[in-house]
Design a protein around this ligand. Structure first.
Ligand SMILES: Nc1ncnc2c1ncn2[C@@H]1O[C@H](COP(=O)(O)OP(=O)(O)O)[C@@H](O)[C@H]1O
Ligand SMILES: [Mg+2]
Length: 394
């Protein structure tokens, strides 16, 4: 993912043992439109985040005992040559600065960290990096589907879109049911999960090998991940787990399609923040449109990038009392896509546990999903050729 000409989409990880410093850095950088996508209080956790999330910039505290940190810098530089590295240090000697620079640090800031100085440092590494960055993305694309109202079709879109993407690009695709209560994505695909995300935790941390073992493969070729098999399990999951989960999935899959539902808390907000696109599901009726409007307001307050929110009108039919124009006026947002109302293939798909794009490939609704996928291709380029680590063995 390229950074563009401003800081807006810059993704940053901050490793700092001091919680106050972390909070201060997050606040001041977020004010400047930089996304702090992960935080850790020690090097070990920090390195895992960095490997998984592949940020554009890392801000790292340099403690008095510097050798471990310098070693970590060397590793980051080796594995992610394009990542900008900034150290915050209290009065470092010129000898120490030199060793750090040799290891791959590009900028220093003092401690306690001062926001304008840090901002300048970020701007500097961003410029260095823009010259270096590889235009080809090495991360998967995260598409979150948000259900503004029950029954609007979010789960149906996740299933059909996922399968259509996997088919079209031969792309490694995982569908994530983010419900913390008890999702219904697996039910819709008639593929009850044996495990859920908590089975992949080891000492509270998500392990990649375990994550692979809790994914299941649907006969359509997509993988499924159920976050919580019951509400009790859902309670164990934290925002940090989301950061780790998506960081890891990003390295394993080309497309990660998330059934977000409509429950908002710090965990879902984290996922929305790290999504490349958010599909806001709506239909042409007043209660749903009111809900969409409320959610769009909340998204604005959360400072989610509006450009990545795409409005999808489901069950579209021309004879409806409200027109697309009406809702575009009401919401101040253009329609990104319409999906026709097509009852037969959709319900057949559910009966057969096989999305309509596969079960009734010639239907209107299947064609709509296939065309939607083409529109993705126009933006994302050919996903199948972007490097992704290994095939998950499940
Ligand atoms: N475009 C469509 N045409 C006809 N029926 C649809 C369409 N999209 C969804 N449905 C049906 O609407 C119902 C609710 O869809 P679902 O995906 O479960 O909604 P949500 O996840 O937003 O609650 C399902 O029975 C599904 O088959
Ligand atoms: Mg649903």
């Amino acid at each position: 993912m390229t950074t563009g000409n401003n800081n807006h989409s810059l993704r940053l990880i901050n490793i700092d043992s001091d919680r106050h410093a972390r909070d201060y850095i997050k606040r001041s950088l977020t004010d400047k439109g930089i996304r702090v996508i992960g935080e850790a209080d020690d090097l070990k956790g920090g390195l895992r985040l960095i490997r998984g999330l592949q940020p554009e910039v890392v801000v790292l505290e340099l403690p008095a005992s510097a050798s471990e940190t310098i070693e970590a810098v060397r590793k980051i530089r080796e594995e992610l040559p394009a990542t900008g590295i900034i150290l915050s240090a209290h009065d470092p000697s010129s000898q120490l600065i030199l060793s750090c620079m040799r290891a791959g640090v590009q900028e220093f800031v003092g401690r306690p960290v001062d926001a304008p100085q840090l901002e300048k440092a970020v701007e500097h590494v961003r410029r260095i990096q823009e010259r270096m960055i590889n235009t080809r993305s090495r991360r998967g694309t995260v598409v979150s589907v948000f259900s503004s109202k029950g029954g609007v079709g979010a789960t149906s879109v996740v299933a059909n879109l996922g399968v259509a993407l996997a088919d079209r690009f031969d792309a490694r695709t995982v569908l994530v049911d983010l419900s913390f209560q008890m999702g219904d994505l697996a039910l819709m695909l008639n593929h009850p999960p044996k495990y859920s995300l908590t089975d992949a935790l080891h000492d509270g941390v998500i392990e990649e090998s375990k994550l692979r073992s809790v994914l299941t493969e649907h006969h359509s070729g997509v993988h499924l991940l159920t976050v919580a098999a019951s509400p009790e399990i859902g309670e164990e999951i934290t925002r940090q787990h989301m950061v780790e989960l998506f960081g890891t999935l990003n390295t394993m899959f080309d497309y990660i399609i998330v059934d977000v539902g409509r429950h908002l808390d710090d965990r879902t907000v984290e996922v929305l923040e790290l999504s490349d696109r958010i599909l806001m599901m709506t239909s042409l009726d007043v209660p749903t449109i009111r809900n969409v409007s409320r959610y769009l307001n909340i998204f604005e307050q959360l400072e989610l990038d509006r450009d990545k929110i795409h409005m999808i009108v489901n069950r579209f039919h021309k004879k409806s009392r409200l027109s697309l124009k009406d809702i575009e006026m009401a919401l101040g947002m253009e329609t990104f896509w319409t999906i026709p109302n097509d009852f037969e293939p959709m319900s057949l798909g559910i009966d057969q546990g096989n999305p309509a794009v596969k079960e009734a490939p010639r239907s209107k609704v299947a064609q709509s999903f296939k065309d939607l996928v083409e529109s993705f291709a126009a933006v994302d380029g050919d996903q199948s050729s972007s490097a992704v680590v290994e095939e998950p063995s499940t």
